[in-house]
Design a protein around this ligand. Structure first.
Ligand SMILES: [Zn+2]
Length: 271
């Protein structure tokens, strides 16, 4: 696929040429698919020049990383707990895709797992090396590094808050599943499109087209590694089943609080 010439009328989920520009945001447009109703932004990181500009871990980027750190690690203990319901982690070979600062990986290490991680952002990798002595890999999961040396290698693959950020989620998941041993498991979570704020935004946009994107712009971003697509639970379940996983667990939130059903959490076993 020539990513620099990607035709956004081609739906990133079903592959049909049935996507239409639907919601105009400030610097981008959300395309919606007439065939499968997938919603995605007309922006790819692989086409972005912004990415190459942030390469150094300096005082400013260090502060930014630290300010975002708190929120991103809060869920990790619950994620480990979830994984442990299905796994004795000791001696498991694990791969965390989109590892961030490697915090989840550190928790798996502590349980005795042989844990590896992929993180595309060089400043996050550098930070993880500096703070935790972790060597996160830069090669993306579809890179030949993984696809030649690690086929059916891992017992556990995790993608926490990742598939909404990648350019091509179907291809990312497909590549990840190839690295999984048969019978072993993939866990992921991602924001859900079935939340009130998203649905309200769509309805208001219909009445005041072009002027009121309301909360929609908070769901998507053209920033490096920003959100490029938001799934409904049904779309995601169907996708992972098509890619060869049997869904063994799904939920809409980590804690049982009212109104916290803003996520899609799922675990699938490779058939
Ligand atoms: Zn589609």
């Amino acid at each position: 696929m020539n990513r620099s010439e990607y035709n956004f009328q081609r739906c990133k989920l079903c592959g049909e040429i049935t996507a239409k520009p639907t919601y105009n945001l400030i610097d981008s447009t959300v395309y919606t698919c007439r065939n499968c109703d997938f919603h995605f932004l007309n922006h790819l990181d692989s086409n972005s020049e912004k990415l190459s500009k942030i390469t150094q871990l300096d005082e400013k980027s260090r502060k930014y990383i630290e300010s975002r750190f708190e929120g991103s690690v809060q869920l990790d203990p619950e994620r480990v707990e979830l994984v442990q319901k299905y796994f004795d982690l000791s001696r498991c070979k694990t791969l965390d895709i989109g590892a961030g600062l490697g915090q989840f990986q550190l928790l798996l290490h502590a349980q005795g797992a042989e844990a590896q991680g992929i993180e595309p952002s060089s400043i996050r990798r550098e930070y993880a090396r500096e703070k935790s002595n972790l060597n996160l890999r830069s090669e993306l999961v579809d890179n030949h590094f993984w696809q030649t040396g690690f086929i059916q290698h891992f017992d556990l693959i995790t993608l926490w808050d990742v598939i909404e950020h990648v350019d091509f989620p179907r291809e990312t998941l497909e590549s990840a599943i190839k690295l999984l041993k048969p019978g072993r498991m993939l866990f992921l979570d991602t924001p859900s499109r079935e939340v009130l704020s998203y649905q309200l935004s769509q309805q208001i946009y219909r009445f005041v087209p072009g002027k009121m994107s309301l909360f929609l712009s908070s769901f998507y971003s053209t920033s490096p590694y920003g959100h490029k697509q938001i799934f409904t639970p049904q779309q995601l379940f169907k996708l992972v089943e098509n890619l060869g996983l049997e869904i063994v667990f799904s939920a809409r939130s980590y804690t049982n609080k009212l109104f916290s059903n803003h996520k899609i959490i799922l675990a699938g076993r490779k058939i």
